[in-house]
Design a protein around this ligand. Structure first.
Ligand code: G3H
Ligand code: 13P
Ligand code: ZN
Length: 336
């Protein structure tokens, strides 16, 4: 049993409290490998932003759970070496689907976990969440739950259709489950194809898809029911077209990839939404860097040559999110 406090990590309680009252959101970035982790820590440390490192079940399968845990521990020291003397880094399980997985992560040193019972019947979701909360809270690990279903297809997260969170359920759910934060469904979805072309209009000038707006009315009702309670938005990549264009230019095929417009994420960040999940944008920036470098340099075969470009694209992307979208720059409790 390892406690996250001994690893220099923090849970999400204090960072969420400050984010809700301060009108900004904490970035929650997924990582699966060294370059993503380097880029996340470089961007968040340079900009003195709290950050949540997310590990999915798929990431554990890809990179090895033990190795990922030690990488997160190393991230704290890396942040300090970059001049961020008081980093606030949470290590978070993304979309945990069983009590056993949650327990394993708590025991390994995670400071925060998500139990995603959103596909289960309401009472089962409450019961599973409550059991995870009971265990996690013994170690002061914070728990995110989910109510409402996001559409989208990822390795470990798959649902054809989204169902908005019902505001009339959130008080009962949060009280009986004891969760610390609640992921809701208001129209975001996982992956790089968040909306079908028939759900969008098309910008006549650029030919690009313009997605429908998020259900801010549902968010407002939820906020009214749970004043000050931390709300989480999954599926919040904006799918920057500059990376999609590079990928398509250099041999990729991502027609009509579309995300959540950044102005909507800015608006959400100012509300009770205090955690915004971004994974696909990292995948896009990474792939753009690799494809472009290899296309321009067919002689390259050292992974560091294209890895460096990919990493720089990711750093640029993470910095833009922190500074220009979520507003978490200089929000460490101690920026010295
Ligand atoms: O919400 C899902 C995350 O993007 C993780 O995706 O399960 O493919 O690692 P993954
Ligand atoms: P995106 O696919 O929009 O990046 O969402 C990531 C996410 O919600 C991780 O839990
Ligand atoms: Zn998610």
């Amino acid at each position: 049993m390892v406690n996250y406090k001994d690893l220099g990590l923090v849970n999400t309680r204090e960072m969420f409290k400050r984010a809700v009252t301060g009108g900004y959101a904490i970035p929650a970035f997924n990582f699966n490998n060294l370059e993503q982790l380097q880029a996340i820590i470089t961007a968040s440390s340079t900009l003195k932003s709290p950050v949540i490192l997310q590990v999915s079940k798929g990431a554990r399968a890809y990179a090895n759970p033990i190795l990922l845990r030690y990488m997160a521990q190393g991230a704290v020291e890396f942040a300090k070496s970059l001049g961020c003397n008081h980093p606030e880094i949470a290590l978070h399980l993304d979309h945990g689907d069983t009590f056993e997985l949650v327990k394993d992560c708590v025991d390994l040193g995670f400071s925060s976990v998500m139990i995603d019972g959103s596909s289960k019947p309401y009472e089962e979701n409450i019961e599973l969440t409550r059991k995870c909360v009971e265990y996690a809270h013994k170690y002061d690990v914070t728990v995110e739950a989910e109510l409402g279903v996001l559409a989208g297809v990822e390795d470990e997260v798959a649902s054809e259709e989204s169902h908005y969170t019902k505001p009339e359920e959130v008080i009962d759910f949060s009280q009986r489950s004891g969760c610390d934060s609640l992921a809701i469904s208001i129209g975001t979805s996982h992956g790089a194809y968040k909306f079908k072309p028939e759900q969008c209009t098309r910008d006549p000038k650029t030919g690009r898809l313009v997605p429908p707006p998020l259900a801010f009315d549902v968010l407002a009702e939820i906020e009214k029911k749970l004043p000050g309670f931390p709300i989480v938005l999954h599926g919040s990549s904006s799918v920057p077209q500059k990376y999609v264009d590079i990928i398509n230019k250099f041999g990729g095929k991502l027609p009509d990839a579309v995300g959540i417009p950044e102005d909507q994420l800015r608006r959400a960040s100012k509300s009770a939404v205090c955690k915004i999940n971004i994974d696909s944008d990292s995948r896009l920036a990474y792939t753009a860097g690799v494809r472009e470098t290899l296309a321009n340099h067919p002689d390259y075969f050292d992974p560091r040559q294209y890895g460096k470009v990919a990493r720089n694209y990711m750093i640029e992307m993470y910095e833009e999110k922190i500074k220009d979208v979520l507003g978490s720059e200089n929000k460490l409790a101690n920026c010295d």
